[in-house]
Design a protein around this ligand. Structure first.
Ligand code: RUB
Length: 306
């Protein structure tokens, strides 16, 4: 299997590539590189390479349906192309990867355009972790001349909130950085909460960075609107058939390196936010109710259920 796929899977595992969108993009690019560098001589050999790449990428992080949907879609395009020559099959990988990436970029723009309308002058926007989709939306609002402030949590244990804070400062947005446990104290001054997503289940529940569920509860308690900003393709079709979304559990070292030996440390990377706490899902189809996610997926991406 191509070196590029192994290296990418490793970088994803180590969080050198972070956030569901970036993970999916890196995975797609590695499959493209595999196709370019392939030494396969037959269709069978090439399909085997793709299938091994898929297994390696899927094993890199558990809670990444966008990456899984992307890789599955590209492989299905190759399978259904009816081509036999390896060079022709490699071309299908390249064209379908480009198409997927282009659509991903277009949805990001569309989401930002729709979501930026929810940002009004003088608002305090509360966010958790780092979502490139959320920060792009805020960038758009800023470019439109809106004046707003951001409160962001540091997001233990690996501090993705620092990425958000740096990006906001670079945009010239007044930003307040807080420890995760200060979230309740700062929620009362927030006007709007927006977070990203790693996965959406068939019931419309959302899986995002650990602590998101708590932030949603706090927003509910303080009666603040809580929005999830996401591509539709973070929907996990396996949840329709009863599978639970797997929550990645990371190394205890991220929480406490050199901790006492007998101490049990748990480090789940994500948690589930129930749909009842979500005012709306800001996606490329507009602002939709989490209850309607499965219908929207059937209409927009029927292939995902195949
Ligand atoms: C990142 C995280 C992000 C989502 C959405 O977790 O939970 O909120 O992935 O990000 P991690 P994006 O740092 O463990 O990958 O909108 O960029 O897809």
């Amino acid at each position: 299997m191509a070196q590029a796929v192994r290296v990418t899977a490793d970088r994803i595992r180590k969080l050198e590539v972070q956030g569901a969108r970036n993970v999916a993009i890196a995975a797609i690019q590695s499959v493209e590189e595999l196709a370019k560098a392939t030494k396969a001589e037959t269709r069978k050999e090439f399909m085997k390479e793709l299938s091994e790449a898929k297994a390696t990428l899927f094993a890199s992080r558990a809670t990444e349906p966008l990456m899984r949907n992307a890789v599955r879609w590209i492989i299905s395009q190759v399978e259904n192309s009816g081509k036999e020559e390896v060079a022709a099959l490699a071309k299908v990988v390249s064209s379908s990867s480009s198409k997927f990436l282009k659509n991903l970029e277009a949805s990001k723009e569309c989401i930002a355009e729709i979501g930026a309308k929810r940002i009004r002058d003088n608002m305090v926007v509360f966010t958790h972790c780092h979502s490139s989709t959320v920060t792009h939306l805020l960038r758009k609002a800023k470019e439109e001349g809106k004046t707003f402030e951001v409160v962001c949590t540091e997001t233990r244990p690996v501090f993705q909130g620092r990425i958000t804070a740096k990006e906001m400062l670079a945009l010239g947005v007044k930003t307040t950085f807080i420890v995760d446990s200060a979230a309740r104290s700062f929620m009362r001054n927030a006007d709007l909460v927006i977070v990203g997503a790693d996965a959406i289940t068939s019931e419309g529940n959302v899986i995002n960075k650990i602590g998101t569920g708590t932030v949603a509860l706090l927003a509910h308690e303080a009666r603040k609107p809580f929005y999830v900003v996401t591509e539709l393709l973070k929907f996990d079709p396996a949840t329709v058939c009863g599978e639970y979304e797997k929550i990645e559990e990371r190394s205890p070292d991220e929480v406490w390196k050199g901790a006492p030996e007998k101490l049990s440390i748990r480090n789940p990377a994500f948690d589930v936010t129930r749909r009842n706490f979500i005012h709306g899902v800001i996606c490329e189809e507009g602002i939709i109710s989490p209850h309607s996610i499965k219908e929207v997926m059937h209409r927009k991406h029927p292939w995902i259920f195949e």
